[in-house]
Design a protein around this ligand. Structure first.
Ligand code: TRP
Length: 330
């Protein structure tokens, strides 16, 4: 039996090259080795965008297309829709009985994501989304969760919930471990610490050739470099960070030319633009084969969601039995 992986994304925006380098690339590799489940987290998306259901609905498909564009293969990975698995909601309610509010309110990721950080202002669903995430992971008994370090508090909570459940009722749930992304988070084109669609500093995976060139041309560089021959500081330059992420072999040469002032920003950006185009062109092609066939995309999501649902129903039956909630068949 292969070990199971579960991971996923909120469906609030298109995925970008930061997602690619931080997680998608890794998933494409891992699907060869593990039984992989990829969750379109539309319920978790509601915790921050409950007033924009249309946005979530649109991006569910966009994110699914992004997945397949980068090479997540629906024949190898199960791509499914969170809100269509009611057992995830059932498990969330049951787990929430033995998770304290105090534990939730100290979750550093939840605190960082909330605008005010004040519990009084926080929505109940948002405060509790890590419990729902524990249900995402445990319904399919995933033992590996590939994720960034911001997900560590959620994984710790999941492990706590599993231990508590197993101790209280019956040892049927599996404790997952995290598989941390080893690459640093990609900075935005404006130099901000995080590339993010909402900040407008991201390069989407479905960018056209012109969009890539435009975004790179407009991207921030080392502010101390006014003239072409001024020595640059690559470590403060997002363009250099992208060279490191996407052109492992060429980055040293860039650093050299930049620090010595022998390579100007325009030339440096030009090389990066070519590299990103090489990365994205095959994605564009794979994407368009699905985009032009929306029925196929529907079929893939239906098949994936059915497969996930069957597993969720089995787990739910075990959970009901463990808790003595299996009164009768209706
Ligand atoms: N919290 C993740 C994000 O911020 C999405 C997610 C939802 C997830 N459920 C998950 C990730 C379960 C890993 C495992 O995008």
């Amino acid at each position: 039996m292969k070990e199971r992986i579960l991971t996923g994304d909120r469906t609030t925006g298109k995925l970008h090259i930061g997602h690619y380098i931080g997680s998608l690339r890794n998933r494409v590799m891992l699907q060869e080795q593990y039984e992989t489940f990829v969750l379109l987290a539309d319920v978790q998306a509601l915790t921050t965008h409950y007033d924009q259901p249309e946005l979530i609905r649109t991006h569910l498909r966009e994110v699914a297309l992004d997945y397949m564009a980068v090479g997540i293969d629906p024949e190898k990975s199960t791509i499914f829709v969170q809100s269509m698995i009611p057992e995830i909601a059932e498990l969330t309610v049951l787990y929430s009985m033995f998770v304290t509010v105090n534990l939730l309110r100290h979750n550093p990721t939840v605190k960082a994501e909330s605008k005010s950080g004040s519990l009084d202002e926080m929505y109940y669903g948002f405060l509790g989304y890590p419990v729902s995430q524990a249900a995402d992971i445990t319904f399919c008994k995933a033992t590996i969760v590939p994720a960034g370090d911001d997900q560590l508090p959620h994984l710790e909570l999941t492990r706590k919930i599993v231990r508590k459940f197993n101790e209280l009722y019956k040892p049927i749930l599996l404790e997952p471990r995290v598989r941390l992304s080893e690459v640093p988070r990609l900075v935005g084109t404006d130099g901000h610490v995080k590339m993010s669609k909402s900040v407008g500093n991201a390069i989407a995976l479905n960018s056209s050739t012109e969009e890539i060139a435009f975004k790179i041309r407009r991207a921030t560089t080392d502010p101390a470099r006014v003239h072409k021959n001024d020595p640059g500081h690559p470590d403060v330059c997002p363009i250099y960070a992208y060279h490191q992420a996407f052109r492992a072999d060429g980055a040293d040469e860039i650093r050299d030319g930049c620090t010595k002032g022998t390579m100007g920003c325009a030339a440096c950006k030009g090389q990066l633009t070519i590299a990103l185009e090489e990365l994205i062109a095959p994605m564009r092609e794979r994407r368009s084969s699905y985009e032009t066939n929306p029925k196929l995309v529907d079929e893939i999501l239906i098949r994936g969601t059915r497969r996930a649902r069957a597993i969720a129903q089995d787990t739910m039956q075990e959970v009901r039995e463990a808790m003595g909630l299996n009164y009768f068949d209706i």
